[in-house]
Ligand binder design. Structure first.
Ligand code: GLN
Length: 548
């Protein structure tokens, strides 16, 4: 039987519920328990796949092809496990299931209502992963307590708290304890109010985690404990941390895991095994070198849009003992005239994934710069497609080559809609999604990076390399070094005469974790380091002669 921990949030959004949930899960996992995390989101979209990154940040894709909330990325990066379709549920999914059942006549003439039908479906989904042999299932409830749309989820938690044996269900409430500069004081009232609001809905939190910019004094802890009706030891301080990867250790110091284990009466556990995690943190904190990587995208003001890419650089930087400074460069503002100035200080260039026309000219100019200057280049999905278009135009000589996504009338559609996408009209969940196998050409850069010839990576796209142009490309020096064995779709392109030029149709950033940094990112950072060392030695001839 699994035990269930629910994590709710109060006072404001953006308190980092995902990180706290993932940190707790990490600690429990490090103590030898089998743990998974799921996220329940109160919005009506069936999944975040149709949401603009401006609204919701990156859309994270699982192995089995679910388009999910970016918090699932944190869960995978922290726990080094795969999540699935079942790990992200939205109000839209719940209603869709209930309405479909109603249409089938499954409710036998009953009036279908929020309580019990919607709440029953929420509860069923909350317990679903409990069938998979986990000791603990952590459920993060999106949104903030008090939101109208959160109510059915809170009601479902209330019912489960009532139904399940007391020690099998735990509620952790994350709240804000703000510091008022003028009063020079931490304030507990917002926390009191949000706990009160939960109590009005019948849910009583067992543990209060307080986000705060200042340490909680024993007096403040006592006050929160008293007014929120929890033991003082169950008031946890979650201070701002320099990196999200410090949070599990901070939670360990606060004994969040021990309190959970005690309350759930779990006795079979050992001291946390966090050696790899701590080694990673040490390398992250004390880098021996530094590189500057340009991230060319169009959602630059919004860091959440490229969350997994940024985290992959953190993992790859640590293993290389190198600080990776990522410079965001807005593709809409890159022109032939300013490209030298914008790219001049970079040690490597990554062109980001994306959709639609906006900003692609700048991406193409950036690719050309990297190709011509021998600057390490890494293109992901749309970034790979842009590298193909650039090569077609400038090297193969197909001046008007394009993707039919941006120009359906192009005479040379080097990137074209996949055959099985041609009759699709629905937008939600209809791309080529999830994990696909890829065979790698022996002796290629990809082969050296992965150290194998068969890999599988996750996808999210509709367009692809047009194989009719393959010969033209290969004759001019761009090769397809990775292909899907079943469909022959091109998954990796590279330019063997370039020091490091790779474009991938899939999303490697989705599989990078603390314990398994993604090999392309690891080698890309290494290439950036080499480029930067070379640059230095050219600038400093003394260094150069010493090196010789
Ligand atoms: N828009 C491109 C396609 O659908 C690339 C998608 C992406 O970068 N994820 O093929």
């Amino acid at each position: 039987m699994s035990k269930f921990i629910f994590v709710t949030g109060g006072v404001t959004s953006s308190l980092g519920k995902g990180i706290i949930s993932a940190s707790l899960a990490k600690l429990l996992q490090a103590r030898g328990l089998k743990v998974t995390i799921q996220k329940f989101d109160p919005y009506i979209n069936v999944d975040p796949g149709t949401l603009n990154p401006y609204e919701h940040g990156e859309c994270y894709v699982t192995e089995d092809g679910a388009e999910t909330d970016l918090d699932l990325g944190h869960y995978e990066r922290f726990l080094n496990i795969f999540t699935t379709q079942a790990n992200n549920v939205t109000t839209g999914k719940i209603y869709q299931t209930v309405i479909n059942k109603e249409r089938e006549g499954a409710y036998l003439g009953k009036t279908v209502q929020v309580v019990p039908h919607i709440t029953d479906e929420i509860k069923r989904r909350m317990k679903l992963l409990g069938n998979d042999g986990y000791d603990i299932v952590i459920t993060e409830i999106g949104g903030t307590v008090g939101d109208i749309e959160s109510l059915p989820f809170i009601e479902a938690v209330r019912q489960l708290q009532w139904e399940l044996p007391e020690e099998d269900c735990l509620v952790v409430h994350l709240t804000l304890v703000p510091y008022l500069k003028a009063a020079k004081e931490l304030k507990t009232k917002p926390t009191q109010h949000s706990v009160k609001m939960m109590s009005e809905n019948g849910v009583h939190p067992d543990i209060i985690v307080c986000r705060t910019e200042r340490p909680l004094s024993p007096e403040i802890r006592r006050k929160i404990a008293l007014f929120c009706n929890v033991k003082q030891e169950a008031v946890i301080e979650a201070a701002d941390a320099p990196t999200i990867y410090e949070v599990p250790l901070a939670m360990m110091r606060e004994k969040l895991d021990v309190i959970c284990l005690k309350k759930m009466n779990i006795t079979r556990y050992h001291e946390p095994e966090l050696a790899i995690w701590k080694e990673f943190l040490d390398k992250l904190k004390y880098p021996k070198s530094k590189v500057t990587v340009g991230l060319i995208g169009k959602y630059i003001e919004l860091q959440d849009a490229y969350k997994s890419i940024l985290e992959s650089f953190v993992h790859a930087g640590a293993i290389n003992e190198c600080k990776v400074e990522v410079v965001n460069i807005h593709s809409e503002f890159i022109t032939e005239d300013n490209v030298d100035e914008k790219m001049g200080n970079l040690d490597a260039l990554l062109v980001a994934p994306g959709f639609g026309h906006r900003g692609i000219d700048g991406k193409i100019i950036a690719v050309r710069y990297a190709r011509e200057k021998g600057l390490p280049f890494f293109g992901i999905c749309l970034g790979m497609q842009m590298s193909v278009i650039e090569f077609a135009r400038d090297v193969v000589g197909l001046r008007n080559a394009h993707s039919t996504e941006m120009n359906p009338e192009t005479p040379d559609p080097v990137i074209d809609l996949m055959e099985d996408q041609k009759n699709i009209t629905d937008k939600g969940g209809t791309m080529r999604l999830g994990s696909y196998k890829c065979e790698i050409l022996p002796g290629s850069l990809a082969n050296r990076i992965y150290g194998t010839t068969v890999i599988s990576e996750r996808h999210r796209h509709r367009w692809e390399f047009n194989n009719n142009y393959m010969n033209d490309f290969e004759n001019h020096g761009m090769i397809a070094s990775g292909k899907n064995p079943a469909s022959n779709l091109v998954e990796i392109v590279e330019i063997p005469s370039h020091p490091f030029f790779i474009g991938v149709q899939y999303h490697p950033e989705l599989k990078s974790t603390v314990e398994n940094p993604h090999p392309i990112f690891v080698h890309f950072v290494k290439a950036a380091k080499e480029y930067s060392e070379q640059k230095l030695s050219v600038k400093n001839p003394l260094l150069q002669s010493e090196m010789i």
